[in-house]
Structure formats: C-alpha cells, structure tokens
Design a protein around this ligand. Structure first.
Ligand SMILES: *[C@@H]1O[C@H](CO)[C@@H](O)[C@H](O)[C@H]1NC(C)=O
Ligand SMILES: *[C@@H]1O[C@H](CO)[C@@H](O)[C@H](O)[C@H]1NC(C)=O
Ligand SMILES: *[C@@H]1O[C@H](CO)[C@@H](O)[C@H](O)[C@H]1NC(C)=O
Ligand SMILES: *[C@@H]1O[C@H](CO)[C@@H](O)[C@H](O)[C@H]1NC(C)=O
Ligand SMILES: CC(=O)N[C@H]1CO[C@H](CO)[C@@H](O)[C@@H]1O
Length: 494
C-alpha cells in the first residue's frame, strides 16, 4: 500500500518510476498507474482495440525447451495504406495500456505515413504470463534478451501471416522500452528498419546517484531556493529519526498507517526514500501529457511543489515537506502511508499473479537486480536527500530474490558488454531526451553519428515527445516531434 498512488502496492516507487515506462504501461503500472482510473478507461478502449494473443516460446535460448505461453498484443489498422510501413510499439514494465492504440504521437506519424500499428506487451507484465507464478525460479525467464527474442519472433510470424515481410518495420518505445527499441534495431537489424528510442537509459549501472543530481537541478531551474529548502527539510527529518521520542509526532505528521518503527537501516531508508519519491516522481513527469492514459495528478508540477517549499506561512521547511506529502496523499487518495519495510518485503516476495506487487513491482525490481541496477541512491553530495544509500538498494536484491551484491555487479557489467552501453554500433535510431528528465543522465545525449541522432528537448521530462501534442506544449517539444517525423520519413524512403 505504500505508494499506491502508483497503483502498485510495491515499495519504492522511484525505482519504477524510473523507467517506468512510463509508457506503455499503464503508468508503469507501478508508478503512474493510477489503475483505478485506467481500468475503467481500458475497458472502453478494449471495445475498439480487442486484445489478441500470440503464442511464444518460454525460452528462446534453449531449443530443447518446447514450453509455450500466450503474449498479449493490440492492432490498429485504421491508418494502414497498402505498401505502408509497420509500427511496433514495445511494451515495458507494466501492463500495456490500450490508450496508446488511440492516441499518442506515434499515431500521428502513422496517419501521415500510412502505417499499420501494433503494440506487444512485455513478457511477465500485464496479462502476459509465461509461467504459473512469479517465483524467483520462474523469473529467470524474465530478461530484456528474452523480450527482444519475443519481439523478433512476433515480428517474423506477424509479417508472414499478414503479408508484411517486405514492409519496413519501425520500433517505438519510451524509457526501458526505449532501450529495447534501440537494442531491437541493434541486435535484429534484418527485422527492423528504424527505431525511435525515447528517454532510453542505454547504460546499465548499479549505482545511479546522478538521478538525484538532476532532480536538484530541475528543482533549481524553477527557483534556486527550492532544492535548498528540500534539503533543509530532509536533513531535519533525518535528525528527528535519531530520537525515538519524535516518532509519535512523525507518525501523525505523515499520517502513517501504524506507529513509525525504525529497527534497521532498511526501515529508515525505506521511509526516507518514500518521501523523497514525491519529488522524484513529479520531476520525472513534470508537465507531461500522461493524462490521456488515465493518469491523475498531472497538475502537481515542479512549480506546485516549489511553491509549497517556499511558502513560509506553512511553517519551517520540515512543515512544508509534510505539506507536500499530504498533498500527494490527497491527490492520489492514499488514506495512510505504510512506511514499513517489512510490509514491503512481504508484498515484494509474494509470488502470486494476483499478489500485491504483481502489477510489475516484483518483476521490474528483479530486472534491476539481474540486468540494470539503476539505483537512485543518495550517494552524491550534490542532491537534496539523505538516507537511502546504495547498500539499501542492493540489500533488496538479496531480500527479495537472493541475488548478492557480487551477482548484481556482474550482471550489470554483462548487460553493458552485451548491448555496448553508450557505444551503440547501429544506424537509423533516433534518441530523444528531455533536459529535466533524470533519466537523460544514462541516455545518449549527443549525436553518435548522422544516422544515430540525439534529439534534445530543453525543459521537458520523461518521454514527453511520445504523448499526444497539446496547445500548451513548449515550442521546442513541437519542433522535436516534427524533427523525428522528418527523419522517419527520410529513412522510410531509403
Ligand atoms: C511533538 O509535537 C508537539 C507539537 O508540535 C511539540 O510540542 C513536542 O515537543 C513534539 N514532541 C517531540 C518529542 O518532539
Ligand atoms: C489538480 O486538479 C484537481 C482535480 O481537478 C484539483 O482538485 C486540484 O485542486 C488541482 N491541484 C492543483 C495543485 O492544482
Ligand atoms: C499473496 O497475495 C495474495 C493476493 O493478495 C494473497 O491471497 C496470498 O495470501 C499472498 N501470499 C502470501 C504467501 O502472502
Ligand atoms: C541463495 O543463493 C546462494 C548462492 O547463490 C545459495 O547457496 C543459497 O542456497 C540460496 N538461498 C536460498 C534461500 O535460495
Ligand atoms: C540534457 C542533455 O543531456 N541534453 C543533450 C541532448 O542531446 C543533445 C544533442 O542533440 C545535446 O546537445 C544535449 O546536451
């Protein structure tokens, strides 16, 4: 129940947020999910875009293993003109949201180019269940490599079935699926002609302290005092946590579900990260247009949070920090904050498909422990928060999946070895990034070559260019969308 504002009852929203894929997933399921709204919407949309099911292999890398399962996908043929290209939207770390079959910038491109549009849900998320449960043993079939092989097989079979083998296929994705879009083109160049890899973290790293450095800068771009006030408040809270006599007050201040108990460093780190998560989420998605996905609370922006942090009538910076937490709880209908790491541990180790973290939290954190890291630690001095260092994140891998720090480090190194990290050797991949999105720190921010262009969007957040255009969009965002279109148009003529 922690940050159920994200619809997932998982710990550590921010991890998810991370990529959270924002995209396809209904908000990262986890983070942005706001499932209670999107569910209703999904039902309406399903009437138009029926979910369909595709037979996949459980293990693409073992010819002797013949087990199969059904993967969910969606089709929109409304824009297709015979001879046109095929657009493939890649699902990520949450349920694939059919809202994307109805709106989104990729559809405006599809309309102009006469493209057939497909969206494939990622294995282990949403309704795509390769195994009977989410036991750690079964999760070994969850990886980006298996996901890319799913995409390759789907691409091949769909092309044969629909006579699209000679059409040009273009992959789209944002956040983690953005990385998959780049890697799909990289690893399967014969199957995909071009990719748009939005807000894609292509460099895997166990420790990702730069995330919070960008949060500092993004808050400061609103108002130089703002991150200083956040830091003051966070420091005050850390001091209070040293004295158990303050716990009754803290419990009341933040409306905790039960009296605060700090027995281990994990308990305090979990609580501190949850509160910092309010700022991380808002910065990552500042002023975007996720509302079309059914996401609520998109009017809580950096400006709103910095307004509260600068409002002396609310009391000292700590009192303003409390006000921010209260605003988030009200906005997302959270009755009380569950600050207990042991509850988080209980939820994250529940292996049922209907369990409390099955919306994607258990699966995504598994991927971070076995492929990517991406831990948004407080290990840098140039950021506002204290108290959730790398060890806290690494310990979760052991607690949830029995993955050691050494295994984690080796897995992350292997990911970079396999995909090449920043050194992408490919062509026809567009790499957009937003300057206030903390994820740009792991993305490609400069053209690698004329054929691997970065598209820099000053002042926008995570995946902004993928959402449907609005009249209030920054001019540079509108220009970026046009620029991407022109590149695609050019490449489709090659
Ligand atoms: C708890 O809050 C009350 C009211 O603000 C304050 O008077 C009291 O000193 C606080 N208690 C502790 C232990 O900080
Ligand atoms: C955000 O929108 C909701 C619903 O329209 C409204 O109740 C709330 O006051 C708004 N919050 C802010 C900070 O603008
Ligand atoms: C896992 O979650 C489900 C659904 O909430 C619940 O029924 C089940 O008892 C949980 N399993 C364990 C082992 O806690
Ligand atoms: C955890 O992993 C270690 C080594 O990888 C293994 O020896 C041990 O049996 C595992 N423990 C559990 C509970 O699975
Ligand atoms: C914030 C950031 O890293 N922006 C970069 C995005 O990519 C462009 C290249 O197109 C760079 O100039 C920006 O510095």
């Amino acid at each position: 129940m922690t940050l159920q504002r994200f619809g997932l009852f998982v710990c550590n929203v921010t991890l998810f947020v991370l990529l959270l894929l924002s995209v396809l997933v209904d908000g990262e399921g986890q983070f942005k999910g706001f499932r209670r709204f999107s569910r209703e919407q999904e039902t309406n949309q399903r009437a138009v875009f029926e979910q369909q099911w595709f037979t996949q292999k459980l293990d693409h890398f073992n010819g002797a293993d013949t087990r199969e399962w059904k993967q969910r996908y969606f089709v929109n043929e409304a824009f297709y003109r015979p001879g046109g290209p095929v657009f493939l939207m890649i699902g990520g770390e949450g349920p694939a949201n059919p809202a994307w079959m109805q709106s989104g910038t990729w559809l405006t491109y599809a309309e102009k180019l006469g493209a057939l549009c497909l969206m494939l849900e990622h294995r282990f998320y949403g309704g795509s269940h390769p195994t009977i449960d989410l036991s750690t043993d079964n999760l070994r079939f969850l990886s980006s490599r298996q996901a890319l092989a799913d995409l390759a097989h789907f691409r091949t079979v769909m092309a044969q079935a629909r006579g699209l083998t000679n059409r040009k296929w273009v992959a789209f994705g944002g956040s983690y699926p953005g990385s998959l879009a780049a890697w799909f083109r990289l690893k399967y160049p014969h199957l995909v002609h071009a990719s748009v890899a939005t807000s894609a973290p292509v460099y895997a790293t166990v420790n990702f302290p730069e995330y919070l450095e960008v949060v500092w800068r993004s808050l400061a771009s609103e108002n130089a005092e703002c991150p200083l006030m956040v830091k003051k408040a966070s420091d005050t809270l850390v001091e209070l946590l040293k004295d158990p006599k303050t716990y009754d007050n803290i419990t009341k201040d933040f409306n905790l579900c039960s009296k605060l108990q700090i027995q281990t460093e994990m308990d305090s780190a979990y609580f501190l990260e949850m509160l910092a998560g309010n700022f991380m989420d808002v910065v990552q998605y500042n002023e975007d247009n996720r509302g079309f996905e059914g996401v609520i609370g998109t009017n809580i922006t950096i400006k709103v949070l910095c307004g509260i942090m600068g409002d002396t009538s609310l009391g000292d910076p700590y009192a303003r920090y409390v006000a921010v937490a209260r605003l988030m709880m009200d906005t997302f209908f959270i009755k009380c904050l569950d600050a207990s790491y042991s509850n988080c541990l209980r939820d994250m180790t529940n292996t049922s498909w209907v369990g409390p973290a099955a919306g994607g939290g258990r699966q995504w954190v598994y991927q971070t422990c076995t492929e990517f890291g991406f831990y948004q630690s407080t290990d840098s001095p140039n950021q506002p928060f204290t108290g959730f260092p790398l060890v806290y994140h690494v310990k979760q891998c052991a607690d949830f999946y029995n993955v050691s720090a050494e295994q984690l480090a080796e897995a992350v190194a292997q990911t970079n070895e396999y995909y090449g990290a920043y050194d992408i050797r490919s062509s026809r991949i567009i790499l957009p990034n937003g300057s206030i999105d903390p994820w740009h720190a792991l993305g490609v921010t400069q053209d690698i070559s004329p054929d691997l262009p970065a598209v820099f969007i000053k002042g926008t957040a995570h995946c902004a260019n993928m959402y449907p255009a609005r009249s209030e969009d920054l001019p540079q965002l509108a220009l970026a969308r046009d620029h991407i279109f022109l590149l695609l148009q050019k490449w489709l003529n090659q």
